[in-house]
Design a protein around this ligand. Sequence first.
Ligand code: SF4
Length: 142
Amino acid sequence: MNILVSACLLGIGCRYDGKAKRNEAVCALSEKHTLIPICPEQLGGRPTPRKPVEIKNGKVVESDGTEHTAEFKKGAEETLKIAKMCNCSIAILKSRSPSCGFGTIYDGTFTKNTVDGNGITSDFISKHGIKIKNEEDLDSFC
Ligand code: SF4
């Protein structure tokens, strides 16, 4: 099976701080599946490193209010193209991210509090039929 995966979970240093968030359980899935790394924020044109953002009132903003919603939407569209090109019907995406989070995201206050909701890419590709899991919910793959 081809599975779309947040690149930071595979050890790629694409996070806002230039670091990765390697997850061994996710990496181990490469023994049975083909993992397709994507970073929607880089695909949308954001630099690395970059200032952290959260979703507030439907907009993607830095803590000072600087908005990046357009780049995040572009990243979601590019990610969907890759999913279709690679015949991925499942994605494993980083929890709580304003791009990749699914079900729960940071609440826009930059205080680590969370709310129910989806990141921009997770929301977009799930509405186009991609099943989303996050790295903390891999039971059906293990
Ligand atoms: S956009 Fe997704 S893949 Fe890229 S660093 Fe953030 S959580 Fe990881």
